[in-house]
Design a protein around this ligand. Structure first.
Ligand code: TYD
Length: 209
């Protein structure tokens, strides 16, 4: 089977991930690379529908395990319908969030347990872990302040969580990095969008060279 490169991007809210990845995608395309840009939860029709259920501000009563299972379900469909077919053709797949988000948010911050959430995700992804993961390292305080000052971003159900929750997400990511040190590459996301873009660009280039 021809095999592309599966690169995921992780980090707290407000780290500039989405903006930076779009620019990385643009540059790779400009180089004539076969590249696919996608995101989680979502990326395809069924997963986008699951996304609206998960992130709906009105769904305050959602149980933590329900939330974890919905993310895993969306992940499964997105993987089989979009990521795997692209990888088979040799594409570079850039995915905004993947399994590490579930480990940090649901596993650690929601208190379900990193190992427990990894187990349900292993069922969903059936062995397809990313080749590389870039972690946008930024304190939750700075990330949340950026979101508050930018004003053009819609607040979803997870954005409405307390600062304590987002601090727990950061701690969860720290533990996940300790678990997968070869795969996860942290980068300093405290600079300007231009600065962070250059760091990420060099890192991605090192993965695909
Ligand atoms: P989104 O608006 O895409 O956030 P961001 O731009 O920060 O990526 O919303 C996705 C939200 O879902 C975000 O708060 C992180 C959360 N999430 C989880 O809790 N678990 C997961 O497995 C995934 C993929 C995302």
């Amino acid at each position: 089977m021809a095999k592309g490169t599966f690169i995921t991007f992780e980090g707290p809210e407000g780290a500039g991930k989405t903006t930076v990845i779009k620019e990385i995608y643009r540059r790779l395309e400009q180089q004539g690379k076969h590249v696919v840009l996608t995101r989680e939860p979502g990326g395809i029709r069924i997963a986008e529908k699951i996304r609206t259920i998960i992130l709906d501000n009105d769904h305050e009563e959602m149980d933590g395990r329900t939330e974890a299972l919905l993310y895993a379900a969306a992940r499964r469909q997105h993987l089989t319908e979009k990521v795997v077919p692209a990888l088979v053709t040799g594409a570079i797949v850039l995915c905004d969030r993947f399994v590490d988000s579930s480990l940090a948010y649901q596993g650690y911050a929601r208190g379900l347990g990193i190992e427990e959430v990894l187990t349900i995700n292993e069922f969903a992804i059936d062995g397809l872990m990313p080749d590389h993961t870039i972690y946008f390292d930024l304190s939750p305080e700075v990330g949340l302040a950026r979101i508050a000052s930018s004003g053009n971003r819609e607040q979803n159900r997870l954005d409405n969580e307390t600062l304590k929750f987002h601090q727990d997400v950061a701690e969860g990511y720290r533990l996940v990095q300790l678990k997968f040190p070869e795969r996860i590459q942290p980068i300093d996301a405290s600079g300007s969008v231009e600065e962070v873009t250059e760091i990420v660009w060099e890192t991605v280039a090192s993965f695909i060279s």
